[in-house]
Design a protein around this ligand. Sequence first.
Ligand SMILES: O=P(O)(O)OC[C@H]1O[C@H](OP(=O)(O)OP(=O)(O)O)[C@H](O)[C@@H]1O
Ligand SMILES: O=c1cc[nH]c(=O)[nH]1
Ligand SMILES: [Mg+2]
Length: 209
Amino acid sequence: MGNVLVLDHPLIQHKLTYIRDKRTGTKEFRELVDEVAMLMAFEITRNLPLQEGTINTPVMETKTKVLAGKKIGLIPILRAGLGMVDGMLKLIPAAKVGHVGLYRDPETLTPVEYYIKLPSDIEDRELIVIDPMLATGGSANDAIHSLKKRGAKQIRLMCLIAAPEGVEVIQKEHPDVDIYLAALDEKLDEKGYIIPGLGDAGDRLFGTK
Ligand SMILES: O=P(O)(O)OC[C@H]1O[C@H](OP(=O)(O)OP(=O)(O)O)[C@H](O)[C@@H]1O
Ligand SMILES: O=c1cc[nH]c(=O)[nH]1
Ligand SMILES: [Mg+2]
């Protein structure tokens, strides 16, 4: 079964408080999501492989370390996942970005795929699927199935907030996928919203409510 890791860095937790607050407007919400995504990217890149190289400092030659060049792909789930892309690219600028367009039908809560465009070499990349919200898990589950169907072999999932119901779905359907969160909340309400959550991430990011 995949691991679930709550990234409890104080800066992430502090910013998440303002992201959750209903008084936070669109501009500030977007900035905070960008910042938290960058901090989460810092945490989840801890395992990137390094290789030794040699350079000359102004004083002498020395052995030092550089990234071994592992290929990464960021896969935001549209729309809300877009809000996390730029923050992550600040730390992983060489990553390629693939898009999966999904919306959750408000009545049935089942995901509807409307767009997919991926880097051509996804089978060689470690893919990080990003979406602020993991609620019933339907959207992330579909996105991951779509990626695997197209050849993806290494996938991680990064969300701001998850409900236990969504985590369970991913762990059952995709035991090979580790999940990284800023918070694991209590449950879903009768409309499938995460409680206490942050409301509708897409609407808060793009001001569409
Ligand atoms: O785990 P689930 O129950 O599938 O719910 C989570 C999904 O719901 C939201 O997207 P939404 O459908 O609101 O689309 P949007 O990003 O375009 O607003 C969110 O960004 C996730 O993709
Ligand atoms: O709480 C939720 C659940 C699904 N999608 C959201 O944007 N928020
Ligand atoms: Mg939405």
